[in-house]
Design a protein around this ligand. Structure first.
Ligand code: ZN
Length: 380
């Protein structure tokens, strides 16, 4: 509880808006200090583009394989007026612990450390690695940096995002893209005086709707509540006055690809279809990402980590409706599982809390996984 208190009291908001963005140094330093005190070897990696943001890799034991317990140190921004308690003071009420990051997901670190305390390096046949990243809520740069440096080496990764103590082995990816058309304005009475971006956007939307239908016919996954990839048309703006030819039009779409769909390929398809819809027009256009995008993730149902978590929780591994750093741990060669004590329903909003009843089961669960994958180190 003291650890969680300190973690919540260390602000670490990450945001694409610079006025909200903060360093995560304090959280990383707390974790490194505690883990070093327990015999972990810790390594702090600054992000190349943001020298005040850090990843932490802390390792107990050595050798190949091993278990990674991973999470992000940052939180989303908060609106103070919505909170009944100070978001940076851990407050207990109604059998809940309130505070910014209690559910998503600083608590996981405190509970992972509590579980790790039960083991000594000499007990471990495979390493136990605690990983804390920066900027999951904004740019994913912390996880991307791990991929760039090719670390950590582990065989299995548990990412403690809020899943109500139920294992999650897959989620869709997320892309948000802007399509901008630039034509030329002119007097509405004579179409030849301009190039109408709004009319052309109509063609682009038609082409994208066809693309959506094709993708949904081609890709399906029964493991998801919405079993097809989605494309949402979420924002459009163009023109100003009815008597002016619309010069510029901008559309924002959100795509949720299924596992097995490549993000770069999808982006190319968007460009190809936009180009085809605008063939022969004088318009200039661009298709640009609104953020780097998150790949989809799927860890095989028969992975020893999935099977162990299913057995220990009594719940079948399902799908999450949100993106995580999981796909980057997959890229590092690990079986990744999302499994944490919080509830996504409490995340990203005022009065975020962790139910007290989640604490002991999570510590117990993590201890069992450490026992299985680091002490016995024989997948069963
Ligand atoms: Zn999170």
């Amino acid at each position: 509880m003291q650890m969680l208190h300190a973690l919540i009291a260390a602000p670490s908001v990450s945001s694409v808006s610079p006025q909200f963005d903060q360093s995560n140094r304090a959280v990383i330093e707390l974790l490194a200090t505690w883990l070093e005190g327990m015999g972990f070897r810790s390594e702090i990696l600054p992000l190349p583009q943001q020298p005040d943001k850090f990843d932490l890799i802390a390792t107990l034991g050595s050798g190949p394989d091993g278990l990674v317990l991973a999470g992000h140190t940052d939180t989303v921004p908060y609106d103070a007026e919505g909170w009944r308690h100070d978001p940076f003071t851990l407050s207990e009420a109604d059998n809940r612990l309130y505070g910014l990051g209690t559910s998503d997901m600083k608590s996981f670190f405190a509970l992972a450390i509590e579980a790790a305390r039960r083991f000594r390096a000499e007990d471990l046949r495979a390493p136990l690695i605690l990983v804390a990243t920066a900027d999951e809520e904004s740019s994913m740069e912390g996880a991307l940096e791990l991929v760039r440096v090719g670390r950590p080496h582990g065989r299995y990764a548990v990412i403690g995002e809020p899943t109500n103590l139920k294992p999650v082995r897959m989620h869709k990816g997320i892309l948000m893209e802007a399509i901008r058309l630039h034509g030329r304005s002119g007097h509405s009475s004579d179409p030849s005086l301009g190039v109408n971006a709004l009319e052309s956007m109509h063609k682009v939307i038609g082409a994208l709707l066809s693309l959506r239908a094709e993708l949904q016919a081609k890709y399906q996954h029964p493991g998801f509540a919405v079993p097809v990839p989605t494309m949402n048309f979420g924002h459009i703006h163009g023109g100003d006055n009815p008597n002016r030819i619309c010069a510029d039009c901008e559309l924002h779409i959100d795509l949720r690809p299924l596992p097995g769909m490549d993000i770069d390929e999808l982006r190319n398809l968007l460009k190809q279809r936009t180009a085809a819809a605008l063939a022969g027009s004088e318009l200039r256009w661009e298709v640009t990402p609104l953020f780097c995008g998150t790949p989809a993730m799927e860890t095989p149902a028969n992975s020893p980590l999935v099977l162990a978590a299913e057995q220990l929780t009594g719940a079948g591994a399902g799908a999450a409706a949100f993106g995580t750093e999981g796909p980057y741990f997959r890229e590092l060669g690990m079986d990744a599982l999302i499994l944490g004590p919080g509830d996504i329903a409490q995340a990203h909003q005022p009065n975020e809390y962790l139910a007290l009843e989640r604490i002991n089961p999570m510590v117990e669960l993590l201890s069992q996984l450490i026992e299985r994958f680091c002490v016995r180190a024989t997948p069963s």
